[in-house]
Design a protein around this ligand. Structure first.
Ligand code: DAH
Length: 370
């Protein structure tokens, strides 16, 4: 049957529409109040755990959740009001989704912890702190002793050219002393090599700075050596250089004696033996009384009571001339020591390989050392 609806509703139709709209409005009023209540509930929601967050999701956003149920009311809304209520319901859905995301974010960032949740009397979680490497410990000790005497720290590159590592230090090509310091060449003509000693920093400093010069240069050096307990292809040195008016061998001795006493204690003795280095004249090697046997004789000192710790001497006039420092006006002393050696004497580490094997059983033994 075809029923034609006239455009103008009859009085009866008007009354019926009025009643149904009023009914609907009352329902909608209730629904709006409910929506407000849900929103307050959601705002008050705190998320201390992932489970509570999941409860929130199921309650509001789940397939049988409140948002779905509220959206379901759309079918009861008369056509004239659909647009208006559609917007309200949609806004509610977005509110619930945004609230969920915000709660999730606080859970991830841990901001949801309120003071009420924390038991302040619990002990803190232990944070594993690493330890300083023994070589760093000893290097810092050496540096701080010389700093007290007014020495500044200078550094230079580990990749050096021939001039700074050899020639400027009075070690010209074909000089036999070069044989003792074979290294790794990165390029030939011009020669670039891994520096064999920190003496190269002496050259770099004198190039730029004129006396008074008082520096120490800690750093890594390289040699072409077969790795064993007593030799390695890389190790560490600290170089010292002091150039000024009237610097004498007595200053050299006193400075190094002070260093040894600070490093190894007041009972440590020193002795100087004549030696040869192309960049110093006269040159010496300095021994200290054995830290293990106190000088009586043991396997560490090969039963001599003494162990060698460094090379030193008065800066060769030729070296000063190489850097346009007048040798008639200025004199200086220099020294170079191996950090591994000092470390061996302080901590009785008798295998060089231990320093670079990264074995935590070895490294942990230095926990708390400064
Ligand atoms: N450069 C030397 C070496 O590696 C150590 C050395 C000796 C440094 C005497 C010096 C010095 O400054 O005067 O064996």
């Amino acid at each position: 049957m075809f029923i034609q609806h006239s455009k103008v509703p009859s009085p009866l139709q008007k009354v019926l529409i009025e009643i149904s709209i009023n009914l609907y409005l009352r329902n909608m009023e209730q629904l709006l109040q409910k929506i407000e209540a849900y929103k307050n509930e959601m705002t008050a929601f705190k998320v201390p755990t992932a489970e509570v967050l999941e409860d929130f999701r199921i309650k509001y956003l789940g397939t049988k959740g409140i948002v779905k149920a509220v959206m379901g009311e759309m079918k009861n809304v008369p056509n004239e009001k659909k647009k208006e209520f559609g917007q309200i319901l949609n806004a509610f859905k977005i509110f619930a989704e945004e609230r969920f995301e915000a709660l999730k974010a606080t859970l991830v960032s841990g901001d949801n912890q309120t003071t009420a949740n924390i038991d302040w009397s619990l002990p803190g979680d232990p944070i594993p702190v690493g330890t300083r490497h023994p070589l760093s410990i000893v290097r810092n000790q050496i540096v701080s002793i010389f700093k007290r005497l007014g020495f500044a720290v200078a550094e230079g590159p580990e990749i050096e050219d021939d001039w700074h590592n050899f020639t400027a230090l009075n070690l010209p090509e074909n000089h036999p002393a070069r044989d003792m310091q074979d290294t790794f060449y990165l390029n030939q003509n011009p020669d670039y090599l891994l520096r064999t000693h920190t003496s190269s920093v002496q050259a770099r400093v004198m190039e730029k700075q004129k006396p008074p010069i008082r520096i120490i240069c800690p750093g890594r050096v390289y040699r072409n050596e077969t790795i064993s307990a007593r030799a390695h292809c890389f190790f560490h040195q600290v170089e010292g250089l002091y150039v000024d008016n009237n610097v004498s061998f007595a200053d050299l001795k006193q400075t190094l004696y002070f260093f040894v006493q600070e490093m190894f204690g007041k009972e440590a003795k020193v002795r100087f033996r004549p030696s040869y280095f192309p960049f110093t004249e006269p040159s010496a090697e300095m021994d200290i009384s054995c830290t293990v046997c106190g000088g009586k004789g043991c396997s560490l000192c090969k039963h001599t009571g003494w162990v060698e710790i460094l090379g030193c001497g008065m800066v060769h006039p030729k070296m000063l001339e190489n850097f346009e420092i007048d040798p008639d006006k200025y004199t200086g002393f220099a020294f170079g020591m191996g950090i591994e050696r000092i470390c061996q004497l302080k901590y009785r580490i008798n295998d060089l390989r231990l320093y670079s094997q990264n074995d935590v059983r070895f490294l942990q033994q230095f926990t708390g050392a400064v």
